[in-house]
Design a binder for this molecule. Structure first.
Ligand SMILES: Nc1nc2c(ncn2[C@@H]2O[C@H](COP(=O)(O)OP(=O)(O)OP(=O)(O)O)[C@@H](O)[C@H]2O)c(=O)[nH]1
Ligand SMILES: [Mg+2]
Length: 732
């Protein structure tokens, strides 16, 4: 059935406002007014967590839903509490009903990018005195344009000068749509080409081409430039992009440009609000009275006033004091907006462009990435293994070495896998695009995507590594998740960590991990995997290792009845307590091991003593029984029992484990009968006296000071007695 859903702006409730006979009195509906009913959704089951659906719903468009998706409700609270909708109604306007798209300019110096932005928005993005004096853009410029009630464009104007490509790269990182600006008088020039390459490498989704300064050229010249342009754009992502001839001076073509911008923006899937919050910082400055402010394009997620945040990789913490979007103070900002964040407690010189704002603990900076890397067709030369390059990610530029994994050099147009060894820390998510430029002269030569943002430090064999990266690059989402679990080996990997490494959204991730667990491929640790997941192969490998370690242990020491748990765990490489406990539990349940308090033994191991060993054991018992409260030291006792020290100790420990002898102190053991007797005598003393001195205790048991002191200390430690002045009194 088709129904109409509408957002009630006042209450923040979703209303079902379509009359459909089959909907009429259904139990899950609650009548709230003559023409509307409240509905709620079974969120886990519906596939509606994507923005497009929400946008449709909230914009009041008809959406196909089925009764299975609707459930009896008491609506608003559940809507608000769910992750589906933002919590406060005020956010609906900004974050969900309004679409936020970032467009960036690109193109050769002086081709009219800044003039065009000004003609479209009225905003002059060249703010610096030096920019005015030299007539060129030096820094990134920002403007905004509301194309309709529900479509808002943030604009990043970049400099075209070849020396500022680095700045251009910092600006273009988060854009959804590029306006490639080409002066009709000059046509395609070097930075037209370089900027286009950069947009391709970063996989900017869409673009339009503005042929500017048409007022300066004759029609036949324009035609020639247009023909050139067609050739230039062939085979690129702008091949069929609209080309609009405009003039910032006469205003010619501006209405058409607005139209094509709107059309292009409408088809763009907005950035994910439910993603991990990331703001690559492009500017840092202070505002009197407020302190440090950073700005950037919000790549994914959302942020609110009051949120605790961390600047990476410097790991400086702060709390969002104020948030602004296009000069308006807001409570919450959404992916796809240009935002300014006031960060109290941080100094301007502690931060810089290239840093990243995130939530604490969500992301881990690293100095190595595993990547796919392609060299541009126009790259001036081959890229040699271990070449030093400029690595551009987000708003940062970091020097790095490219370690090619399967060749000594990469030729133009070729693509391969590589490690990027960075000279400074950086932070990425799987799937992030990056660009590399040659070290000197600085020229854009290639780029690709981050396949593993936190690869393990250990060296890995080439062939499996290449295979691993191939799966991360082209595998299905299920294969990717399985790969990452395999790579993590015995270290449980949490859903949050998978979100960073798998370039998958949360819904897909949950679905895949559930499928793997249900299929027996992965094991969930803790309640529903909150302590992480491990691959079944890693689990089985460890289980087998535990069994073989126990076999080995029993072979070496057949008399011992078990290996202490912690000793066993320390023999297993990298196994944490959670997985270890789970392994023991699993092995015990399937009767492959037996656990006796702190000791573990192979299920089939039953230590039995030979006749001579049994004789030693009996003699030891007799020695301790006879010795009363003043037993010999261990060594002489073993010698007296006629045992060699290794076997003797093992047998003795078994006596201790069984509780036949009780440890008072190192090498000072008592037969359990004497131990109980001593305890009774002491308690008997306390029925008549409030305290006992060492001297009295010596006399009570008839022992020397050498035995009395450790005895009393032992009773203190088991909380039978405690010290009071120079005496002992009952503990309680
Ligand atoms: N006649 C004419 N001049 C224009 C037009 N657009 C820009 N100009 C002029 O071209 C010059 C460069 O314009 P900008 O907008 O600064 O060029 P830009 O692409 O932003 O330059 P950079 O940012 O330095 O790369 C200025 O003198 C503008 O007045 C146009 O449509 N017609
Ligand atoms: Mg400019």
């Amino acid at each position: 059935m088709d129904v109409r859903l509408r957002l009630d702006a006042g209450s923040g409730q979703l209303r079902l406002s379509h009359h459909s006979p089959c909907l009429h009195p259904h139990p899950w509906q609650k009548r709230t007014g003559p023409r509307s009913r409240l509905v709620a959704f079974r969120f886990q089951e519906c596939q509606w967590k994507n923005d497009l659906f929400l946008r449709a719903v909230l914009a009041g468009m008809a959406v196909k839903i089925t009764t299975t998706n609707l459930q009896r409700l008491d609506v608003t609270n559940r809507l608000r509490d769910s992750t589906l909708l933002p919590r406060s109604p005020v956010c609906y306007d900004d974050g969900v009903t309004m679409k936020h798209i970032i467009i960036g300019t690109a193109g050769h110096i002086d081709h009219g990018k800044t003039s065009l932005v000004k003609a479209l928005t009225g905003i002059d993005t060249d703010r610096l005195k030096e920019e005015k004096e030299r007539g060129i853009s030096i820094e990134l410029g920002f403007a905004n344009l509301a194309l309709s009630d529900d479509l808002h464009l943030g604009i990043v104007d970049v400099p075209g000068h070849e020396r500022f490509v680095k700045t251009m790269l910092a600006g273009v990182g988060g854009i959804d749509l590029v306006v490639l600006v080409i002066g009709a008088d000059e046509g395609v020039m070097p930075q037209t080409r370089e900027h286009l390459h950069i947009c391709e490498l970063l996989q900017v989704k869409r673009g339009v081409v503005a042929l500017t300064k048409v007022d300066l050229v004759e029609p036949d010249w324009l035609e020639m430039v247009q023909a050139d342009l067609k050739e230039f754009l062939a085979g690129t992502f702008l091949e069929s992009a609209p080309v609009v001839a405009v003039s910032a001076v006469t205003g010619q073509g501006l209405p058409q440009l607005r139209t094509v911008l709107r059309e292009a923006a409408e088809t763009i899937e907005p950035k994910r609000h439910d993603g991990i919050f990331r703001l690559p910082i492009d500017r840092v400055f202070t505002i009197k009275g407020f302190g440090t402010v950073v700005t950037g394009t919000l790549w994914s997620g959302t942020v609110r006033v009051g949120d605790e945040v961390v600047v990476l990789p410097v790991e400086l913490r702060s709390r969002v004091r104020r948030l602004q979007v296009h000069g308006q103070t807001v409570e919450q900002a959404w992916a796809g907006q240009r935002i300014a964040v006031n960060l109290p407690g941080l100094e301007v010189d502690q931060l810089s462009r290239g840093d990243l704002l995130a939530f604490p603990g969500a992301l881990k900076p690293t100095m190595i990435f595993d990547v796919s890397l392609a060299l541009l067709k126009d790259a001036p030369r081959v890229l040699r293994n271990r070449a030093r390059v400029r690595f551009h990610l987000g708003t940062s530029e970091i020097l790095a070495r490219v370690v090619l994994l399967d060749r000594e050099e990469l030729k133009p147009t070729e693509e391969t896998f590589a490690h990027l060894r960075l000279e400074e820390m950086a932070t990425a998510l799987a799937g992030d695009r990056y660009v590399i430029r040659s070290y000197s002269p600085a020229q854009t030569v290639g780029g690709g995507s981050i396949l593993d943002p936190n690869p393990p430090v250990r060296r890995r064999a080439k062939a499996p590594l290449l295979e691993h990266l191939k799966v991360l690059q082209t595998g299905t989402s299920g294969q990717q998740v399985e790969r990452l679990l395999l790579q993590a080996g015995p270290v449980p990997i949490t859903l949050d960590a998978l979100r960073v490494s798998a370039s998958l959204d949360e819904t897909t991730l949950r679905r895949e991990i559930t499928r793997l667990v249900e299929g027996g491929v992965a094991m969930a640790l803790g309640a529903k995997g909150d302590l992480g997941y491990v691959h079944r192969l890693s689990y089985d490998r460890l289980a087998a290792e535990i069994l073989s370690r126990l076999e080995e242990f029993h072979r070496q020491d057949p008399l011992k009845d078990g290996l202490p748990k912690e000793e066993l765990r320390s023999k297993l490489h990298q196994v944490g307590p959670v997985l270890f406990t789970r392994l023991l539990q699993g092995l015990a349940e399937t009767q492959r091991i037996a656990i006796d308090r702190e000791k573990v033994r192979h299920f089939l191991h039953h230590p039995t003593l030979s006749a001579p060993e049994q004789a030693v054991k009996d003699r030891l018992v007799a020695i301790y029984q006879k010795a009363g409260f003043q037993p010999p030291d261990l060594e002489p006792a073993l010698a007296q029992a006629g045992a060699d020290s290794k076997t003797g100790i093992t047998i003795f420990h078994r006596l201790a484990d069984e509780g036949t002898v009780i440890k008072i102190k190192d090498h000072f053991y008592l037969h359990r009968d004497h131990y109980s007797r001593a305890k009774e005598m002491l308690l008997g003393h306390f029925t008549l006296h409030a305290a006992i001195s060492v001297q009295q205790f010596k006399e009570l048991l008839g022992v020397s000071r050498k035995f009395a002191i450790p005895f009393l200390e032992h009773f203190d430690s088991v909380k039978l007695t405690r010290r009071h002045n120079d005496e002992r009194v009952p503990y309680a």
